[in-house]
Design a protein around this ligand. Structure first.
Ligand code: FMN
Length: 213
């Protein structure tokens, strides 16, 4: 048995119980994410982001979680990308994390809004210079005639910003998914998995319910 099989087996044996759960789903996420950072290299912050067009047709792709606090889950991208256009016309999204060594899945659903320009600027400044230039060079989700076209655009922006800081492109920045629902899923033996959903009641308090697997 490999180490990861042993890990998964141990988590499957341990299960998830109502009395283990934090009352606040953000706190529960923080606990599981800290464990994922230890057990799920290299990118425990990778998550699937689902969006949908105005007429409800879904699309999904991976993005990286770059911040989470009681306001929501933050990721960065191109506002003119397919996901950006879908969020402009239908500002609802869903996130899914899968942490195989712990046999855990987390689902988060909510409203998606742009983070402030100051927050996007602050994060953009922390990115490697090559990624900053890449954000200018790539018209994300547009049809490209060739790879060479992309590399030419990269070199053009490299020359344009030579010798100075690369500013954040106006079409690039963060989104924050503000959750109304979370689900914490723990894989168990015989497909008898544990699932707990948090949803807000009319007063805004979080209700925790066990769901059938
Ligand atoms: C592990 C992983 C992490 C990724 N992280 C991001 C990200 O944080 N932001 C982003 O714009 N694209 C990211 N991508 C690329 C997206 O999956 C996707 O190709 C891109 O955002 C265009 O999606 P769209 O055309 O649906 O808008 C990531 C891909 C992978 C495989």
């Amino acid at each position: 048995m490999s180490q990861s099989d042993k890990d998964r087996h141990a988590y499957r044996q341990a299960g998830l119980f109502r009395h283990d759960l934090a009352a606040d789903p953000f706190e529960q996420f923080r606990l599981w994410f800290a464990e994922a950072e230890a057990t799920e290299p290299p990118e425990p912050n990778a998550m699937t982001l689902a969006t949908a067009s105005r007429d409800g047709r879904p699309s999904a792709r991976m993005v990286l979680l770059k911040g989470v606090d009681e306001r929501g889950f933050v990721f960065y991208t191109n506002y003119e990308s397919r996901k950006g256009h879908e969020l402009a016309e239908n500002p609802w999204g869903a996130l899914t994390f899968w942490w195989p060594h712990m046999a855990r899945q987390v689902r988060v659903e909510g409203y998606v809004e742009k983070v402030s320009p100051a927050e996007s600027d602050a994060y953009f400044r922390t990115r490697p210079r090559g990624s900053q230039i890449g954000a200018w060079a790539s018209p994300q989700s547009a049809v490209l005639p060739s790879r060479a076209e992309l590399e030419t655009r990269y070199r053009e922006y490299e020359a344009r910003f030579a010798g100075r800081d690369v500013p954040r492109p106006p079409h690039w920045g963060g989104y924050r998914l503000v959750p109304h629902t979370f689900e914490f899923w723990q894989g168990r033996l015989n497909r008898l998995h544990d699932r707990f959903r948090y949803r807000r009641d009319e007063s805004g308090a979080w209700i925790i319910e066990r769901l059938a697997p």
